[in-house]
Design a protein around this ligand. Structure first.
Ligand code: PMP
Length: 299
């Protein structure tokens, strides 16, 4: 499931702090905090059929992350929204698009860790690419030895760019020959995959790990809410690896790949005999939502 270069993205226009640049000229300073320390926050968004899906939720999470990191001079939501619209319009994009929205602490006056070296405000980057959902029809997982950060180290409630925790897990999955890494929390319960949240279904009941150490994903929340409003039993609780091995269905969720079924974990096949109806129902509900919800593009 390694993504390939899409020639449609050859001449992308990328937004950086109010200006649009051809992708070959779209750069940040070597003094930018994201270069110096991964000191930035981000969101991944999708455009479906002329609408920005869950835009307000993504802007809220970006603002919350920036506030928790004590960024200064953060652009307000309206400014960020306009920057996203401007980028999409410049690229003629209305569907099949993924946006990587990044807000860095900004440029430093000299290299160093201290945020007081940042004296010229944050840097806003909007990278929109032609990118239909990237995952294959199903994926395999292997459990990583790298544990997902807990709130005692780096709180997953901050959606930050310091992704080494997850990248180390992904490296293990690459060597293991699986599509993604499954990460446990410090207590040994399943947390999430390296770039997606995870759900299981057993006997028609849907379960997902608590959001103590996983990212509080927007797709995850959408699925939980959909289940609740459609009377599908859903629970957030600690779940062991054995429970996942013996699930009827397992799927991962995220903006990049939407809902993707998992066919095996650590070589144990997910037998898939039961609860297919529940998974189909969740998938249908989610797809309906992406067709009908979201902030309409103004162009
Ligand atoms: N977990 C991790 C570690 C992620 O990076 C992402 C993508 N941002 C997700 C889960 C999925 O989150 P969302 O549904 O908000 O895209």
């Amino acid at each position: 499931m390694l993504q390939k270069f899409n020639p449609k993205n050859k001449d992308l226009q990328v937004y950086i702090d109010g200006q649009l640049y051809h992708r070959d000229e779209a750069n940040v300073s070597v003094f930018d905090s994201v270069v110096q320390g991964g000191d930035a926050v981000w969101e991944g968004l999708r455009v479906y059929n002329g609408r920005l899906f869950c835009l307000d939720k993504h802007l809220q999470r970006l603002h919350d992350s920036a506030h928790a990191m004590a960024f200064t001079d953060v652009p307000d939501k309206e400014t960020i929204k306009k920057a996203v619209f401007k980028t999409l319009e410049a690229n003629g994009m209305r569907d099949g698009v993924h946006i990587r929205l990044t807000l860095t602490r900004g440029k430093k006056i000299t290299s160093g860790m201290d945020p007081r070296l940042n004296q010229s405000g944050s840097t806003l980057i909007v990278l929109a690419e032609w990118k239909p959902p990237v995952y294959p029809p199903s994926i395999t997982l292997s459990t990583s030895t790298i544990r997902r950060n807990s709130p005692s180290t780096i709180d997953s409630k901050i959606h930050h760019n310091n992704l080494i925790n997850n990248i180390l897990a992904k490296i293990e999955s690459n060597f293991a020959g699986t599509d993604a890494a499954l990460m446990l929390d410090l207590h040994g319960f399943v947390s999430e995959a390296n770039g997606t949240n995870i759900f299981m279904i057993r006997d028609g009941k849907v379960l997902t790990p608590t959001a103590d150490s996983c990212l509080h994903g927007i797709t995850r929340r959408t699925i939980i809410d959909l289940c609740k409003s459609n009377n599908l039993p859903i629970k957030e609780r600690n779940i062991s690896l054995t429970e996942f091995y013996t699930a009827d269905q397992v799927f991962v969720t995220g903006t990049m790949g939407e809902l993707t079924p998992v066919s095996a974990i650590d070589g144990r096949k997910i037998v898939n005999k039961h609860s297919q109806n529940t998974l189909n129902q969740i998938n249908t509900l989610f797809n309906e939502l992406t067709k009908t919800q979201g902030e309409p593009l103004p162009f």
